[in-house]
Design a protein around this ligand. Structure first.
Ligand SMILES: CC(C)(COP(=O)(O)OP(=O)(O)OC[C@H]1O[C@@H](n2cnc3c(N)ncnc32)[C@H](O)[C@@H]1OP(=O)(O)O)[C@@H](O)C(=O)NCCC(=O)NCCS
Length: 172
């Protein structure tokens, strides 16, 4: 059973293993944001402060959640509490990734399903999710969780169109 929760100080080995796997096999996906603290305890404090708006820099307040299967970190979610102009076009409320070795097992669908109550608890009644038109795994994950396609945004300079979906949280 997958558990989705905030990061704890004693998660260091599992978290580093997942980060190493992303860096080795999927370096274009930023698994651990701003992972440059002196100690892991400092990092946990930093990450968990973002939901309170502490030290967020250019980010909007966000909740960083880690997905565990037994003791292994299999992915992470970044849940933004509000949208800015960029997130409205790219990023939406939720960003997620599953470690390469655990893909195609239904975990992204489950991780997104587990994210929805967190989003609802922020007082949101619907959330925007975006993904590239050619990211089949991502849009199937969103559709499996009830996402309704708003549009496919295309602007000059984009490699592919960006799908924008809304998930209604009323029934979640
Ligand atoms: C996209 C991603 C999260 C999917 O994770 P996953 O755990 O493999 O997804 P699931 O196993 O839950 O599969 C979800 C659906 O997508 C399909 N799918 C997953 N990867 C796929 C792929 N590469 N090609 C085609 N379909 C794919 C699955 O078959 C499933 O479809 P179904 O509901 O019809 O059975 C994962 O590939 C990833 O982390 N990618 C890098 C980061 C990323 O792109 N994040 C999303 C940013 S918008």
């Amino acid at each position: 059973m997958i558990e989705l929760r905030e990061l704890h100080s004693n998660d260091e080995i599992a978290f580093r293993n997942a980060n190493d796997e992303f860096n080795a096999h999927n370096p274009d996906f930023e698994f651990a944001f701003r992972f440059d603290c002196n100690t892991f305890t400092d990092y946990v404090q930093r990450v968990n402060g973002w939901s309170k708006g502490i030290d967020i820099g250019a980010f909007v307040p966000n909740t960083y959640l880690v997905a565990f299967l037994d003791k292994k970190v299999i992915g992470r979610v970044s849940l933004r509490h509000e949208l800015n102009a960029n997130l409205l076009k790219e990023g939406g409320y939720v960003g997620y990734g599953i470690v390469p070795s655990e893909r195609r097992k239904g975990y992204a669908k489950e991780v997104l399903r587990l994210t929805l109550p967190f989003a609802k608890s922020l007082g949101l009644n619907k959330i925007l999710l975006t993904c590239n038109d050619d990211n089949v795994g991502s849009w199937r994950t969103i559709e499996a969780n009830g996402g309704t396609l708003q549009d496919k945004l295309y602007e000059p300079g984009m490699r592919v169109a960006r799908r924008r979906y809304w998930i209604d949280l009323e029934s979640k």
